[in-house]
Design a protein around this ligand. Sequence first.
Ligand SMILES: Cc1cc2nc3c(=O)[nH]c(=O)nc-3n(C[C@H](O)[C@H](O)[C@H](O)COP(=O)(O)OP(=O)(O)OC[C@H]3O[C@@H](n4cnc5c(N)ncnc54)[C@H](O)[C@@H]3O)c2cc1C
Length: 478
Amino acid sequence: MGRMHPLARSLAQRLPPDSLSTAPEDLADRGRDRWSLALLRQLREASPGLPAAVVLPTSTEQVGTVLAWAAETGTPLVARGGGSGVCGGISAGHGWVVLDLSRMDRIVSVDPESQVVTAQAGVRGDRLEAYLAGHGLTVGHYPQSIALSTVGGWVAAASAGQASTGYGAIEDVLLGLTAVLAGGRVVRLRPAPRSAAGPDLRHLLVGSEGTLAVLTEAVLACSPRPPGLDWDGFRFDTFTACLAGLRDMYRTGAGMAVLRGYDEVDSALAFGGIGHAGGCAAVAGFAADLPGLGDRRRVAAERARAAGGTELGPGYGLHWWEHRNDAVDLYHRIMGAERLFGPGVMVDTMEVAGLWGGLPDLYQAVRDGLARHAETVGCHVSHVYRSGSSLYFTFLVRGADDSEVEPRYLAAWREAAAGCLSAGGTITHHHGVGRLKAEFMAGELGAAGLEVLRRVKAAVDPQWILNPGALIPEPLIP
Ligand SMILES: Cc1cc2nc3c(=O)[nH]c(=O)nc-3n(C[C@H](O)[C@H](O)[C@H](O)COP(=O)(O)OP(=O)(O)OC[C@H]3O[C@@H](n4cnc5c(N)ncnc54)[C@H](O)[C@@H]3O)c2cc1C
């Protein structure tokens, strides 16, 4: 503890030895997430000041100790799971504390009868799934970032996995939750399949991005693990026809686990390698052991054909499944130290959602907003619902160098978000808000809605020290 900052020293004294790091590389790396602008600024050495310490608790009790200390000292604090967020949810200011949950990685129990798993917040997704496979179970929550992200981060950032069409998003599998409030009090929300005991406090914490509490343990619903997925693929002439095809296939109730559709640009990017020759591709993946599978696939295919689809066979789906997480490495190579596409290039994704009736206009509005500043814009649908779907845009912005690209990147976001809101969409389907989208929250919720959120924040965190600046734009009256 020799040269430790006095603030860090006073925290370290309350915890077991080796619970805290002030190593400069830990402060720099754990104090941010994978937001492309944060990565760029780190490379340019233009990041805000470093946090005072990274603290690594192993229990809910220790998290309580840290939060009690933060309240006493008035120190701002940000929780960190895997740090895979892409919106600046973690951006620790000078003198803050980063509460890193990676040592809270214990899978507490599996109940085979109820098919539920209890896990500490820092359990990573790939480990959770490997463990559950041994019990013949799966949570069915497979974000592309599964090997980087944690149970607590999924809940805090309102995550949706690639098979959410079949298994639901994180709020659909969340049964129980333990969280620590500012000041250190513990809230335990008992696991239940549903409850009518007032507004659902579990759901108040879904998407709260570390601004209302620190989540330490979750109980998640599991499903029997399928032996694999069987795939169908379809080609549509236009993205509008593809959207109609996805909608009608979903509405058959055929029960696909995965349902995705791509515009022309994204179809070429995703399937050019297997000879895709134009048009919009869609894939549907079904659990291979689903009862009545043949009939289900036949009915879904009929609807796809009625919307103008022609069959592509299983190859597209198999190809997608095999390469579903390749973008994780590619993103790292483009936005990390390697700068694969050279300096001045930024890539990012924007995922919005809307109702079927407004989806073609929403697609156009967001695409136009991005395309005014971006070189390449592609889009796909990856999460399908009865009444609407997500739209996931990937875009590339180029500037003369790493400083010049930044205003272009921000202009792309602002125009696309404005287009999204005026077309009736929600500004985020599953990446959350962070610092990137906080300025759009007034448009998203309206003045009254934003005030509700601010008052909830002020009630549970009156000192406004839990991840200030993320999700909720700074208040007029705290
Ligand atoms: C290449 C790539 C692909 C991705 N694909 C997907 C995808 O398919 N689906 C998807 O939903 N997301 C995806 N993401 C985004 C990200 O992985 C998710 O948002 C994920 O849920 C974040 O989990 P994490 O543990 O890394 O959280 P972090 O990044 O550590 O934190 C996210 C936010 O939650 C807060 N937080 C984290 N843990 C806690 C806690 N225990 N208590 C309170 N607050 C907490 C943080 O303060 C921060 O505001 C992707 C990201 C990348 C880089």
